[in-house]
Design a protein around this ligand. Structure first.
Ligand code: PLP
Length: 443
């Protein structure tokens, strides 16, 4: 990485970039006075570097996004080729790049999903999936989980179930349920099976109490991501499907974070015996090289809009630079067997090593995940499971950065979510840094 890094070192310094950023950029999800964003000058593969030449192994994938790593040459070239040809086109026009991206995406989806509605990212994918479900069923309410994240726009932020939820005008038609999460079971369950059965019972009771005829959709992240990476127990998603069918409710699976290779499957749902009605995606579809998301639509819902107008779409939906990058990303993932790599690294390197770390570091309460999608849950006391507080998490983050690892920290968890191209050596190096940092941690 050194040659590429040199080129950036010749530019501005960290201090100059930080100062310019602080003076003009208003940051998301932040109190503006307390900002200290990490300056990043460039990247390659799983590595990033700052303007002073310090390198970081990226264990965050930039909000769990950059599956194929930084500056993949085939994807960069595809964006450049498309930029030479046509840099923008409105959603109403037909364009071969958009059609090809839709074809590759539906090829990945289960049988009977043949249409893609493109959006600019994950939140508007969720917005539009909810809108489709409401128009299709003629019903209003949506059920989603506490401990979920679905995006930061109108209906998506209301659907979100963790502390980020912001009540707004959509809130009245939204209901939350507890999903399965054995480590902090809301159901006094002591096994995955019990947790699953009770979570499904709870889901059905809430539907009955709310009035099944008022509910359009159950919206679930296939594996909740930002809220804690909790792979569902066997039977939960298929059980939710059965309950949905019993009451004429649609099932939307949100694959924005878990989809496109992250779990070691093309779609996270491939590992479960479940068939949703709508699938939302973004992030991994093109590693976020250009903003892109969408909804993969099952045939009955797509046909519902054959004679009816679907009232949705934004100026940039299905942007040619974005869809060109999606084609190149999916092709590169196939050719380079990146999804298989994610599965192997998860099973052979990350999973076993995290179990070892959990066994030796008292501060670790739980580890869970698959592929390149893992969470380490940190606690002050293993019996009470008291979450490690924000100041302690801040110190751990500083320790990880100091040692050259860029982490994804969410509440009391370190999420181990590197690019899916990561090698066993790189993954081992990052896990060594995490272990060393946890070992140095003093309460
Ligand atoms: N859905 C899920 C499961 C997500 O993880 C996210 C973002 O992290 C979103 C939706 C929102 O995506 P975006 O930030 O692209 O709008």
């Amino acid at each position: 990485y050194t040659a590429a890094a040199d080129q950036f070192i010749a530019g501005p310094t960290n201090a100059e970039v930080s100062e310019a950023d602080r003076s003009r950029v208003f940051h998301s999800w932040s109190a503006q006075g307390a900002l200290n964003p990490l300056p990043i000058a460039g990247g390659s593969g799983c590595m990033l570097w700052d303007f002073d030449g310090k390198q970081y192994l990226d264990f965050s994938s930039q909000l769990v996004n950059v599956t194929i790593g930084y500056q993949h040459p085939k994807v960069v070239a595809a964006i450049q080729r498309q930029a030479d040809k046509l840099t923008t086109i409105a959603p109403a026009q037909a364009n071969e790049t958009r059609a090809k991206a839709a074809e590759l995406i539906t090829d990945i989806a289960p049988e009977g999903f043949n249409k893609v509605f493109f959006t600019n990212g994950g939140a508007d994918a969720v917005e539009n999936a909810i809108r489709m479900a409401r128009l299709f069923t003629g019903r209003d309410k949506v059920i989603s989980r506490y401990r979920s994240y679905h995006g930061n726009t109108g209906a998506a932020i209301v659907a979100t179930g963790d502390w980020r939820r912001i009540p707004n005008e959509f809130a009245r038609s939204h209901v939350h349920v507890f999903g399965p999460y054995l480590y902090r079971s809301e159901f006094w369950a002591t096994s995955e099976r019990e947790e699953c059965e009770r979570a499904l019972h709870h889901l059905e009771r809430v539907i009955q109490a709310e009035g099944p005829e008022s509910i359009a959709a159950i919206l679930l992240e296939t594996i909740p991501g930002t809220a804690g990476i909790m792979p569902p127990p066997p039977g939960y998603l298929s059980g939710a499907r059965q309950i949905a069918d019993r009451y004429g409710i649609l099932l939307i699976l949100d694959e924005v974070m878990a989809g496109f290779g992250r779990t070691g499957e093309w779609l996270a749902l491939d590992a479960y015996d479940v068939r949703p009605d709508l699938i939302t995606f973004a992030k991994g579809v093109n590693s976020g090289y250009v903003p892109l998301g969408g909804v993969i639509i099952s045939d009955p819902i797509a046909h519902h809009f054959d004679e009816r107008v679907f009232p949705g779409g934004l100026t940039y939906s299905g942007h040619p630079l974005a869809t060109a990058s999606a084609i190149a990303t999916i092709e590169a993932m196939r050719e380079e067997k990146i999804v298989e790599n994610a599965a192997r690294i998860g099973a052979d390197v990350i999973g076993p090593r995290l179990q070892e770390i959990a066994a030796t570091r008292e501060v670790v309460g739980d580890v869970r995940g698959k592929g390149v999608f893992w969470a380490i849950e940190l606690v002050t006391n293993r019996d009470t499971k008291e979450p490690l507080g924000a100041p302690e998490m801040g110190k751990l983050k500083a320790g990880l950065l100091e040692r050259g690892l860029l982490p994804f920290i969410s509440d009391n968890r370190i999420h181990v979510v590197p690019p899916a191209i990561i090698t066993a050596d790189e993954a081992g190096r990052g896990l060594d840094i995490i272990d060393e940092t946890l070992a140095a941690h003093r309460p």
